[in-house]
Design a protein around this ligand. Structure first.
Ligand code: SAH
Length: 340
């Protein structure tokens, strides 16, 4: 038995073809599942009784259990329990350009970024495709509205769950599926270079964001374990290849950590590192958590850092803070729920 939310349209077409049935049935089923949002094969009126019986033998519907929801004016955080009792978070953000959801890709995370709450729980397992798709469906059901943008920036490292993430993107991007435009989907990675290379050959125009957080290896080594495996220069050269091949602009995320990576020297170093690369830098005010010692940079230091990048011709924005008011950013909801 397979979860119906875990199969891509082309896989479902193959399923029908292998049974000597017409492949358009896959589109009919997708229509019921993703456009009409039914959760019962028996309601699929234009599908024959015989096909419905076969589908019922091979596929099942499920939901995620919502165990906690926190809301503020421009953000809502959802904590879901999976069938093995693992907990994952999804965060809904209200922007002027639409509604975006930040989804989790793994239970826990092995990347070991020292500032990150999610990584305090080591990876338990990858999320299945259907568990990622259901985060969107559940939040849309609760919202009674459509989500316009998806970012893979919740708990987990998307490129450490590559195959499932690619299938997930296929389903949500399909115009027969959830139909979220590829330019409205962003995958964020801490910098797993072989996967960045693989992603370079991916044929969808999905956005790529790199969690850089440091202008040199010395600082990056001290805050991100992944940097012991893949150095900054490896990331930068794989990004240059990515841009040359895809012609797409890359985002570099840079968390502002007080006294760690927020000096003017760092800003200058970052400017030279990124000079000439088709990118933009997103400066992220660090979300402090009770379990980790890092502090957020002051507003003045963030502004001064921003000014140096600007002066050097780097496109840069300071990320608006979501969710810190709920004390539930980046893995804190799960973490606090477990301990609270
Ligand atoms: N593993 C992926 C995606 C998940 S993390 C990655 O590393 O990109 C998503 C983003 O949130 C990353 O840029 C991460 O560094 C950042 N982040 C983690 N903890 C944070 C915190 N406490 N405050 C602000 N951003 C944080």
């Amino acid at each position: 038995m397979q979860n119906i939310y875990g199969i891509t349209l082309s896989e479902l077409e193959d399923y029908f073809i292998n049974r000597n049935e017409k492949k358009f049935k896959a589109s009919q089923v997708f229509d019921w599942v993703y456009k009409k949002r039914v959760t019962d094969f028996d309601i699929m009126m234009n599908v024959s009784k015989k096909t419905i019986e076969t589908l019922k033998k091979d596929f099942y519907f499920s939901k995620l259990e919502l165990v906690k929801k926190l809301e503020d004016k421009d953000v809502a955080k959802y904590l879901f329990k999976l069938s093995d009792s693992s907990l994952v978070e999804a965060v809904l953000m209200f922007h002027d350009y639409g509604k975006s959801i930040c989804i989790s890709t793994q239970v826990g995370c092995n990347m070991g970024c020292k500032f990150c709450e999610s990584g305090r729980l080591k990876k338990v397992r990858n999320l299945e495709v259907f568990e990622m798709v259901l985060q969107i469906l559940m939040v849309e059901e609760d919202l009674k509205d459509r989500i316009s943008h998806v970012v893979l920036m919740g708990i987990g490292e998307p490129f450490d769950n590559y195959i499932n993430v690619i299938k997930f993107i296929d389903i949500i991007n399909s115009n027969k599926g959830i139909d979220i435009g590829s330019r409205h989907i962003t995958v964020s990675t801490c910098g797993i270079v072989p996967k960045i290379k693989e992603f370079t050959n991916y044929d969808k125009q999905v956005n790529l964001a790199i969690s850089l957080h440091a202008p040199n290896n010395k600082i990056r080594d001290s805050i991100m374990n992944i940097n012991h495996a893949y150095k900054i220069e490896d990331i930068i050269s794989s990004i240059k290849e990515y841009i040359a091949k895809t012609n797409r602009r890359v985002t570099f995320e840079y968390i502002m950590l007080k006294g760690v990576n927020d000096s003017i020297t760092c800003a200058k170093e970052l400017s030279s590192l990124l000079k000439g690369i088709n990118c933009y830098v997103n400066l992220i005010p660090y979300n402090e958590t009770s379990h980790i010692e890092y502090k957020k940079s002051s507003k003045e230091d963030i502004k001064a850092f921003y000014d140096v990048l600007k002066k050097n011709g780097i496109c840069v924005t300071i990320r608006r803070e979501f969710g810190s008011s709920l004390n539930a950013a980046c893995g804190q909801l799960r973490s606090n729920y477990k301990e609270g």
